[in-house]
Structure formats: structure tokens, C-alpha cells
Write a protein that binds this ligand. Structure first.
Ligand code: FAD
Length: 363
């Protein structure tokens, strides 16, 4: 099926793409050998990858609010595809805003039209392996560039990528970001992990064994806290909350549809839907330039709501929803992803308090 370009987040063409993605989500195999080729092709055809970048780079330069509105629609339709897009576009935006224009000019045209794929392996600079004494991915500066040793623990779609935006740490503690070509000698995507959900995101580690990355692939650094510079998703940032809210919307829509026949579902369906729409509206307001919302508080609300609404949908679907292949079972497993994906410690602690029914976790 051929899809028309989506020129605005409220354009009617969005419904054609989301219908195709929703259908594909039900057919996507839940194993680490599958990959949503067709869904990503459909997104490329509808121009989704152009939303995120300035016209200078061939993008449409959508506002943050419009991008978040688009993400709400896509994640309600297929979380796996939408999650992959966040990592893909995270790589594209870091390349576009790096100031390394020669590299951006070389890589971005193919990335925007979907003929090549890039991803990020940066969580070890923010939310992963932070308790270890040694950085898991180390960089040494040479005349020609940087040599990488170690591994990046989490890289979505690394097996499919031509480039991975990798974060690494130097001996003096300064950090850097490189758009490392996956064709370099010594770099290898490990076999993707089999996950509770989202296995088709082909998420796994990237190992680097003396990988010589020429300086022309440098995006940022070396500097302290390289992740605090430039744009892109930050841990606990709005984008992760928006994807959770989109999934909550899918669960609420299911409950509302069921409640048309079953009066006992009317109150929970209406209440969860109101809460979801309030959260979506607050997230969109928070995405406006200059907005000063508490993003971690929004993430707590999103995490709580997505677990409650998907489990409520399972309750509504009863035993039929527990059979493999029913969408509500998948939504319940997908909702748990938000407890671990790019989840800052304060958000995780707040969720543990909610689960344990206590005010604080103590000292
Ligand atoms: C499906 C999926 C896809 C992802 N995709 C990407 C991606 O594309 N790019 C990216 O950059 N990131 C990605 N991430 C990473 C994600 O954003 C988080 O960084 C990650 O989930 C953090 O989990 P961790 O197990 O690495 O945390 P860690 O903190 O490393 O915890 C691992 C283990 O270490 C132990 N531990 C933790 N803290 C302590 C402590 N203080 N003392 C002693 N032991 C401790 C625990 O046993 C724990 O189980 C992905 C994650 C998932 C689940």
C-alpha cells in the first residue's frame, strides 16, 4: 500500500499511517530476529523522518508540540516502531546539531529518506552501568581520532544500523559522542536480547575492540557531561512520557469501545480516559518553547497511568486478553518498558513508593 506524505500533525493522512501501523503491530513477531521493515518503510513514505529536522537538512522542521502530537498517534498504533524511531531520530538530531556540518551533509539525506539507519548507544552516560567503577566504553585520543574499547550495553536496532551514535569516556573523565560507522574493524553488534516486549526493536549491546574512529565522526566533546549539551532526548524527558501516554491512549480507546456494550466498564473507562487526555494535554503544553514543567513529575504520572490503564484493559478483556496474540496482553508487557527505559532514579523511586504504598524509600 502506498501512503501519502503527512504534512501536519492534524492532517487526515495521519489516520492512514496509524491504521497501517496498528495492523502491522498485531502481525509483528515477538522475537529478536524480526524487525519492522514494512512499518519503517511506511513511515519513510509518509515523510515521518522529515518532521524532526530543519529544512536546512531536508526536514520539515515541525515544532516540538507537533512532533509530540505525532508521537502520541504513532505510539498508540505501534510502540515498537515508534520506539525505534525515537532512537533513530535521536541519532539524526545529534548529527544535525553537532556543528559537524560535513558529516551531517554526508549522512542525513540517506537517514531522512529511510535508505540508511542510525541509532544511539548513550545510556551508559546517564542511566545504565553508573554504579560501576570503570566506564564501560572508554575512548583514547590519537592523532587521527579516537580508539574505543569496551561496550555500549543498550543499542536499539544496532544490527540494522550503518552508524551508531556512541558515548564514550576518556581516562580524565571527559566524555564524547561519535557517529561510529558499523563497518569499522573491531566494532560489532551483539545478538539482540530476547525481551519481555519490543523484541523486534533488536536491542542489544555494541562491542568495541580497539576501534579506530577517525576524527571526522566526532559529534561532541571531549568535555564534561557531554549529554547535557545540544538537543536530543534526555533521561526522563518528555518524549519517553509521550510514548507512555500514547500507549495509555490505546488501552483507554479499547476500554471505551468495550464499555459501549458493558455498563460496568463505563466508569473506569471514562475516568482513565479523562486522566490520559489531561496528561496528553499537559505533555503538549510542556513541549512549548520556554515551558517550565516538572518533566520528572510528568514521567511519574505517565508511568503510573500506562501501567494502570493497560492492566485495566486486560481486566476488561478478561481471559481472552490473556491469550497470546490479543493486543491487551502485549500492551501490558509494553507498559512495563517505561519502568526501565531511560528512567531517572527519582522517577523509579517514586514508582517504587507507589507500589509499596509508602511515602518515601527512607535513607
Ligand atoms: C528495550 C530497551 C531498549 C533500550 N534502547 C536503548 C538505546 O537504543 N540506546 C540507549 O542508549 N539506551 C537504551 N536503553 C537503556 C535504557 O535507557 C536504560 O539505560 C536501561 O534500561 C538501564 O538499565 P540497566 O540494567 O542498564 O541499569 P543498571 O543501573 O546498569 O543496572 C544493571 C544491574 O546492575 C545492578 N545495579 C544497579 N545499580 C546498582 C548499584 N547502585 N549497586 C550495585 N548494583 C547495582 C543491578 O543488579 C541491576 O540489575 C534501552 C533499554 C531497554 C530495556
Amino acid at each position: 500500500m502506498s501512503l501519502p506524505a503527512i504534512t501536519h500533525c492534524d492532517a487526515p493522512e495521519m489516520a492512514l499511517l496509524t491504521a497501517a501501523l496498528r495492523k502491522g503491530a498485531g502481525e509483528l513477531r515477538e522475537d529478536a530476529a524480526s524487525w519492522p521493515f514494512e512499518q519503517l518503510r511506511q513511515c519513510a513514505e509518509a515523510g515521518v523522518f522529515e518532521w524532526f529536522l530543519d529544512p536546512r537538512w531536508g526536514g520539515r522542521g515541525w515544532s516540538n508540540r507537533d512532533i509530540m502530537t505525532g508521537y502520541l498517534e504513532l505510539s498508540a498504533a505501534c510502540l515498537t516502531t515508534t520506539f525505534i524511531i525515537t532512537q533513530y531520530m535521536g541519532a539524526c538530531r545529534r548529527i544535525a546539531t553537532s556543528g559537524n556540518d560535513a558529516l551531517a551533509e554526508e549522512l542525513l539525506p540517506g537517514l531522512l529518506n529511510g535508505s540508511s539507519f542510525a541509532t544511539v548507544g548513550i545510556s551508559h552516560l546517564t542511566t545504565s552501568r553508573r554504579h560501576l567503577k570503570q566506564p564501560v566504553l572508554r575512548a583514547t585520543e590519537t592523532e587521527a581520532g579516537f580508539v574505543l574499547d569496551g561496550y555500549s550495553p543498550w543499542c536499539t536496532g544496532a544490527t540494522q544500523a550503518e552508524h551508531v551514535v556512541l558515548g564514550a569516556t576518556m581516562e580524565d573523565g571527559r566524555e564524547l559522542l561519535l557517529a561510529a560507522p558499523m563497518s569499522l574493524p573491531g566494532i560489532e553488534a551483539q545478538a539482540p536480547a530476547s525481551l519481555m516486549a519490543l523484541s523486534a526493536s533488536q536491542t542489544g549491546a555494541v562491542r568495541c575492540d580497539g576501534v579506530e574512529v577517525p576524527r571526522r565522526y566526532l559529534l561532541a566533546g571531549p568535555m564534561e557531561n557531554v549529554m547535557h549539551q545540544g538537543v536530543g532526548a534526555s533521561p526522563g524527558g518528555l518524549q519517553t512520557s509521550v510514548l507512555a501516554a500514547g500507549l495509555a491512549r490505546a488501552a483507554c480507546r479499547y476500554m471505551l469501545a468495550e464499555s459501549e456494550q458493558r455498563s460496568e466498564l463505563c466508569t473506569p473507562a471514562a475516568s482513565l480516559s479523562r486522566e490520559t487526555e489531561r496528561l496528553c494535554s499537559d505533555l503538549l503544553d510542556a513541549s512549548e518553547p520556554g515551558a517550565d514543567a516538572d518533566q520528572q513529575r510528568l514521567r511519574q504520572r505517565a508511568n503510573s497511568l500506562v501501567t494502570r490503564s493497560t492492566q485495566a484493559a486486560l481486566g476488561a478483556a478478561k481471559g481472552a486478553g490473556y491469550i497470546a496474540g490479543h493486543p491487551v496482553g502485549r500492551w501490558c508487557r509494553e507498559a512495563l518498558f517505561f519502568l526501565v527505559w531511560s528512567c531517572p532514579q527519582p522517577v523509579l523511586s517514586a514508582h517504587l513508593c507507589e507500589l509499596a504504598g509508602v511515602e518515601s524509600l527512607g535513607d
